[in-house]
Design a protein around this ligand. Structure first.
Ligand SMILES: O=P(O)(O)OC[C@H]1O[C@H](OP(=O)(O)OP(=O)(O)O)[C@H](O)[C@@H]1O
Ligand SMILES: O=c1cc[nH]c(=O)[nH]1
Ligand SMILES: [Mg+2]
Length: 209
């Protein structure tokens, strides 16, 4: 699997703010928005482009645009904090939604929302979720996308655990990963170590389902 760790001092500094337990919710959300901009910027680097001619005030020039507008899929709740920034970087993108919450005992994802186009063949899909821990939530999301014909999927995550990377790799699905860090591993509660805690709670407070 193609895995790209965005190695940049500005990204590392924003990730540090997100990791810091003393960062309050607004500070955490703001750092996530800014870091998403960098992750999407890198994730889009190899996207197919279309070349067309544009007229400057002086002469004709080579113009470039994305060949196919992508679908962005934030995984609720935590991925919601990434979608505004991603869609403003790619204004022609559309947005689908998947909602799931890990069961605290089994650590398995429990899906509660699925709002996706029926046919995703030929459409690049960017899944937005800050955390790739066991990989269960991301693999489930990718299953939904592949069942609709998606063949070009990028997981955009802030922090990944090696266990989650291995789960994506082992899934055999057509996915690549863009992340700001691959951390040490998981603790007994399947939280990423050192990680940044619960990315949903740190943006929005406790979850009620
Ligand atoms: O790789 P996994 O082990 O599946 O864990 C990662 C998932 O856990 C978090 O969501 P959570 O279930 O906490 O829901 P939330 O976003 O509503 O807080 C995170 O945003 C991922 O979706
Ligand atoms: O460390 C983790 C693991 C799963 N979900 C989170 O939000 N954080
Ligand atoms: Mg959570």
């Amino acid at each position: 699997m193609d895995t790209h760790v965005v190695d940049h001092p500005l990204a590392a500094s924003l990730l540090t703010t997100m990791r810091d337990a003393d960062s309050d919710n607004p500070t955490f959300r703001s750092a996530l928005r800014e870091l998403t901009q960098m992750l999407i910027y890198e994730a889009i680097r190899d996207a197919e482009i279309e070349v067309f001619e544009v007229q400057t005030p002086v002469a004709a020039a080579r113009g470039v645009r994305l060949a196919t507008p992508p679908l962005l899929v934030p995984v609720l709740r935590a991925g919601l904090g990434m979608v505004e920034q991603a869609s403003s970087l790619i204004p022609q993108s559309q947005v689908g939604f998947v909602g799931m919450a890990r069961d605290e005992q089994t650590h398995q994802p429990v899906p509660y929302l699925e709002s996706l186009p029926d046919d995703l063949s030929g459409i690049p899909v960017y899944v937005l979720d800050p955390m790739l821990a066991t990989g269960g939530s991301m693999v489930h999301t990718i299953e939904l996308l592949v069942a609709r014909g998606a063949g070009d999927i990028t997981a955009v995550c802030v922090v990944a655990a090696p266990e989650g990377v291995a789960a994506l790799e082992g899934s055999g699905f057509p996915v690549r990963l863009v992340t700001a860090s691959i951390d040490e591993g998981l603790n007994e509660d399947a939280y990423i170590v050192p990680g940044l805690g619960d990315a949903g709670d740190r943006q929005f407070g406790p979850r009620w389902i």
